[in-house]
Write a protein that binds this ligand. Structure first.
Ligand code: GLC
Ligand code: CA
Length: 524
């Protein structure tokens, strides 16, 4: 497997730092807590961890509002704690990825404090300031992704500033070369520090229309969708000039050897793949989020996999994401039984998988009472269902301990369910055991890591495909329905089944019965 770069061979594990492990009883996860759990993360069999933001922040958006790009928030620890975490991870063979949030800063970042101090401040143009419309209202119709106008009035200087998210998150002006240099310095700071790469926050939003034209209405808007979906984001996302910025980030990382650049991009595939750039000069992996809102049926998934695979440019390495801190958990989306099938899917598709902490024990969305809501997306639009607290609840380590072993104090969000790592680790039929078996199988089989994918087909509720490399061929069959079904296979042996007892079962040439909700990997 030597011809692949490390991140092509890797499984990435996303940690939401507030919720992984608290070490000091304040109810909020922190870096020493993560460090204490690294042995378990390595034992799971993943290769890299990505930490959601840990920088100093007023936490209006829980760290996605950065007040200092090159330091650690005291709630998470210190730079030294980060160094220890990173060194420990590296000693265990785990790579460490940081979340880079270049689109916006916190309103408390010194850059913005200066920018808003006067119209002629040298940092004025680091953010997007505009005069009011003739009627005194916002300069155009752009909407915030957190609800309401994206423009905030600043009475002191008589202009509006733009924020794609909260008003506490002013957007930086990426057309300003000084901003670009400052952000390049941030990348270099962490690269010099030794991090292995970045997940770049909202990469497709960095550049806005130079003429600030109104967004057109969205004719397909359906009542109940987030407010900003009322408009097509024609002038606020995926502007052509963004690709040059991605190229310059890539160029900086290239100076440091094999570091990975991942982009958070919610776009249809045809636009998404543009972020790979021409000749691999863009992002290594524009996140492929298609599994997050895929309808769970064999035919649609077969089409999704086929279309994505055939859309990829030749040099582009695929990737798949099953869960993250912004979307309902997979076990809640598809149910507990199908979450096992989803695990097999994620870890047998071609490309780098990203796994969200807690999904390996089948954590479901927490039930958040009104007084427990913390996410600004929900607080600003109550009852909108936009809240992301349910998928951010604390990791469940040991259900015999208070707060599932996450914290000795009151956790910042409630514990979602009763299951835990401790409950599951001795049980061969648990979700955790399934993930461990899958991750270890993946490591040992080149066909899964670097093999081709093909023969993607749906027959009723069964999705099948093959992976092959050199003289190894694997047949994967996933029963997404609730009835047993026959699959046509070549003769072979099941290397893994979600029904533990069926691992090792012999497949005959022709029809083989697989159970409802069963997924199998067969060496054929
Ligand atoms: C990204 C993050 C999300 C955050 C937003 C604003 O989408 O994943 O959590 O709220 O950017 O930074
Ligand atoms: Ca803590």
């Amino acid at each position: 497997m030597s011809k692949l770069v490390w991140w092509q061979r890797s499984v990435i594990y996303q940690i939401y730092p507030r919720s992984f492990q608290d070490s000091n009883g304040d109810g909020i996860g922190d870096l020493p807590g993560i460090r204490a759990r690294l042995d378990e993360v390595a034992a799971l069999g993943v290769d890299a961890i990505w930490l959601s933001p840990i920088y100093p922040s007023p936490m209006a958006d829980f760290g996605y509002d950065v007040a200092h790009y090159c330091d650690i928030d005291p709630i998470f620890g210190t730079l030294d704690d980060f160094k220890q975490l990173m060194d420990h991870a590296h000693a265990l063979g785990l790579k460490v990825l940081l979340d880079f949030v270049p689109n916006h800063s916190s309103e408390r970042h010194p850059w913005f404090v200066q920018s808003r101090s006067s119209r002629d401040n040298p940092k004025r143009d680091w953010y997007l300031w505009r005069d009011p419309a003739p009627d005194g209202g916002p300069p155009n119709n752009w909407l915030s992704r957190m609800g309401g106008s994206a423009w905030e009035w600043d009475a002191a200087t008589g202009q509006y500033y733009y924020h794609a998210f909260l008003r506490e998150q002013p957007d930086l002006n990426w057309r300003n070369p000084q901003v670009r240099r400052a952000m390049d310095d941030v990348l270099r700071f962490w690269l010099d520090y030794g991090v292995d790469g970045f997940r770049v926050d909202v990469l497709w939003l960095l550049i806005k229309d130079a003429w600030f034209r109104d967004n057109p209405p969205n004719p397909a808007y359906v009542a109940g969708e987030p407010e900003h979906h009322r408009q097509l984001q024609t002038y606020t996302e995926d502007q052509p000039e963004v690709h040059e910025i991605v190229r310059s980030m890539r160029a900086t990382l290239n100076e440091y050897g094999e570091r990975v650049l991942i982009g958070e991009i919610y776009l249809p595939v045809a636009q998404l793949i543009q972020y790979y750039g021409a000749n691999g000069e863009g992002a290594d992996m524009p996140f492929n989020f298609q599994l997050l809102n895929a309808r769970w049926n064999a035919a649609e998934l077969a089409a999704t996999i086929r279309d994505y695979d055939s859309a990829l440019p030749e040099h582009a390495w695929p990737n798949w994401v099953l869960g993250n801190h912004d979307n309902p958990r997979v076990a809640s989306r598809v149910g507990n039984a199908q979450a096992r099938v989803a695990a097999v899917l994620l870890l047998t598709l071609r490309g780098t998988p990203t796994l969200y902490y807690g999904d390996e024990i089948g954590m479901t969305d927490g039930v958040i009472a009104a007084h427990e809501v913390r996410d600004p997306a929900e607080l600003r639009q109550p009852g909108s269902g936009q809240g992301r607290d349910p998928e951010r609840t604390p990791m469940q380590w040991d259900s015999s301990l208070p707060n599932a072993g996450f914290s000795s104090g009151q956790p910042w969000l409630p514990i979602a369910t009763a299951t835990s790592v401790c409950d599951q680790q001795g049980d061969p039929s648990s979700m955790l055991s399934l993930y461990r078996r899958l991750l270890s199988l993946r490591r040992r089989n080149a066909a899964l890591v670097q093999g081709a994918i093909g023969n993607i087909a749906a027959d009723g509720q069964v999705l099948t495909y093959e992976r092959w490399f050199a003289d190894q061929r694997l047949f994967i069959a996933l029963n997404m329905g609730d009835a047993d079904a026959d699959v046509q296979s070549r003769p072979g042996v099941a290397l893994l089944s979600t029904l533990t007892a069926r691992t090792g079962v012999v497949f005959v040439a022709g029809a083989n019965r697989i159970a409802a909700g069963e997924a199998v990997i067969v060496a054929v």
